[in-house]
Design a protein around this ligand. Structure first.
Ligand code: URA
Ligand code: SF4
Length: 212
């Protein structure tokens, strides 16, 4: 991961020694280490087994995730599920989480429009992600989209150029980045959508290859 924020995030003081995932979920529920908790419904922590061999990291919960309290359960989650299935990965064998654990949004009429978490918010939340990586210790780690890729692999990382192949990282034995499932939803229906989905599945298939 890139260098930490100079001030250690307050979140680190909430993390117990040798935590289980249940400990982490409980501790993160009360996190106020940045301002995002105030306008969100709840902390959306990662979901999956402590024994998961593959961890997938998105950006932050969306509107549905914020209401339901689970990551990737909305439209992007459906694309993720479809991609995982096509790549032969059972979501139940994966641990799914986000760089930032609270939904950042701005009102646009009746909808809550997603806003990208800034560098300070990402840094504030990093202790939670680091604790998840330590606790689950996945063999394979997949960054979903540019925010996660830059956060995990450095600001110079370019998903367009470096997607779908393993890169050296201390985070896990096998680390790779692919596009964010939401980017597939933003493509035009038809050929463009199919090509984007195929690219996503191809990248996930590379990750699946070291799981077997
Ligand atoms: N987008 C993300 O990055 N994460 C989620 O959990 C949902 C949508
Ligand atoms: Fe804490 Fe992360 Fe939520 Fe900020 S976004 S309050 S650091 S859990």
């Amino acid at each position: 991961m890139p260098p930490r924020a100079r001030q250690p995030s307050l979140a680190s003081s909430l993390i117990p020694d040798e935590p289980t995932l249940t400990d982490l979920i409980g501790a993160a529920a009360g996190c106020q280490a940045c301002d995002l908790w105030e306008r969100a419904t709840q902390t959306v922590f990662g979901e999956g087994s402590e024994d998961a061999e593959i961890m997938l990291v998105g950006e932050q919960p969306g509107d549905r995730e914020d209401r339901e309290g689970e990551p990737f359960v909305g439209p992007a989650g459906r694309v993720l599920d479809e991609g995982l299935e096509a790549a032969g990965i059972d979501r139940r064998d994966a641990y799914v989480t986000n760089v930032v654990k609270h939904f950042k949004w701005t009102p646009r009429g009746k909808v809550r429009l997603h806003q990208k978490p800034n560098a300070a918010e990402q840094a504030a939340c990093r202790p939670w992600l680091e604790a998840e990586v330590r606790t689950v210790a996945p063999r394979v780690l997949v960054a979903l989209g540019a925010t996660a890729a830059k956060s995990l692999l450095g600001s110079g990382f370019r998903v367009t150029k470096d997607r779908g192949r393993f890169v050296e990282s201390p985070l896990a034995p096998h680390v790779l980045a692919t596009v964010h499932p939401s980017s597939i939803l933003r493509t035009d229906d038809g050929d463009e959508r199919r090509a984007a989905m195929q690219g996503f599945v191809d990248d996930l298939t590379v990750a699946a290859g070291v799981l077997r």
